[in-house]
Design a protein. Sequence first.
Length: 483
Amino acid sequence: MSSKARIIAITLSLSIFFISCERSVFTGYEEAKPENNKLQITSNPSGAKIYLKGKYTGLNTPSLLTWVESGKDTIGLKLYLFRDTTFITEIKNEVEQKWFIDFTANRGNYGNISCVSIPLGASILLNKSKTYRTTPGTLSRVIAGVHLISISKEGHRADSAKVTLGAGETVQTNIILEDTTKWVSYNPENSLVKSNLVNSIAIDNYNNAWIGSSDGLSKFDGRNWKVYTSNNSVLRSNVITALKKDKQNRIWVGTAKGIYLVENDIMSDVSFDIQNQYVVDIAESCNGTIWIALNGGVAKLNGNSWQLFTMSNSGLKDNYPLCIEIDSSDKIWIGSRYNGISILDNNNWSYIPTSSMNIPGIETGVNSICFAEDGTVWVGTITLSLLDFGKLVYRKNNVWYAYNNKNLESNLVRQIVSYKGSIILATGLGLGLINKSGNFDFFRSGNTKLYELLLRSVAVDKNDNIWLGTFGCGAGKLKKILN
């Protein structure tokens, strides 16, 4: 390269260097700032998705958009069940605009709800407010959304259903009301009975119903419920197996893990030395002593401990009692799974084998015992090979008889209650009633309002209503059948 050319190249390089340096430090011009326009959007109802230029912003109403450019923009709102809404905004000079969209002002966002019930003529409530309409009826011009339709009629249990109504739609709700003129059900869907499996029921002196289920204990005073479970009480098991009201109006609660006492609505654990034992049945002697049947023998409460009786220290024929009852002479009758009835009279033990009853086809197990007001002893026996079968027998004037009825064939009597001359039978297939005249009535699934009548227990309240504990549909009540 010639000297002249080299001088020109150096001169150009230095020029470029100085120009670059000059531009990097020049402060005579400011860069353009991003626009900071704001758009506040609210709606009624709220929760509408906000779209800007057709794209979801990720925001729902109410929200403040802070990055909106100057000029015109199309804003869209989408709200479930309502018609979409769009509007055009024009923002200038970094100002803040406020928009309120009232979906309820658009007549297109309303619809109709047709209400039908069985029986007809039921009052209709919309979201717990009176409509002054009865079924069948149509509620017109109802705003889109999820609504609660409630139906009520005298002599029936009120019921309700949630209805999803879209803009411009007409939807129908059909509700079948439970006829409560004779039968009333109490289950997890319509009450605070905690399970459809109810093992025992007791009625206290104030006519409160105590309902022991496989998932807790429920108390019902006719209007209000109180529930005891392992989450809010001293219960160590929610499986309630037996209930007994004592002479002091206290409720004894047998469970899969011990026994408890409810006094003035306060529950205490009285299991003491039988904490993890399964309680089968509970009885109270004439002097107020509490006896329990356990999977492992029977026990008597002595102060703060339980005296346990088994085959090894008593006249029990086996350690698997199914029931325990105490007669008016304070004799303890214990029904055995395998060996008839053991009786404790003071300190003396005796034994009634089922074979001594001289009844053809009877087997050795005794499932239930009841002492009627007229002195008759009623006993439900159980077949060991098929535990859902047994015979109903009774003793009168020291002679045993079989009570034969076609409804009790291939059936099992789980509990027997004597009430005002009537005998009430909780059986595996339904409710049996032997009235004081000797007539027999039987209520089963198919001729009752309860869809299933596999009974575990019965009790009678102060109004002569029969309460039922069932295997599959909670508790039930049969009104005033014993008049």
